[in-house]
Design a protein around this ligand. Structure first.
Ligand SMILES: [Zn+2]
Length: 77
């Protein structure tokens, strides 16, 4: 018996950074949100919420630092 590993990109730094398929911006893997069966970044999640409800997203759980393309590239080196 072996433990099934979640398939993620290799860890080079301390954090996993992935590219959001919806907006092509880098996001931390652990911060990705599920939205209608897709995995999207916080910005997309928030934008979709505001678009679909017509209200501002008032919670702060989507705040915080976003990874940069630079960080993503360094991770991929
Ligand atoms: Zn996105």
């Amino acid at each position: 018996m072996s433990i099934v590993q979640v398939d993620t990109i290799p860890v080079k730094g301390t954090r996993n950074i992935v590219i959001c398929k919806s907006c092509s911006k880098p996001e931390y893997w652990g911060e990705m949100r599920w939205l209608s069966g897709r995995c999207v970044c916080r910005d997309c999640y928030k934008a979709d919420y505001e678009r679909s409800t017509g209200k501002a997203y008032i919670w702060t759980d989507l705040d915080g630092k976003r990874p940069t393309m630079d960080e993503y590239n360094r991770q991929e080196e």
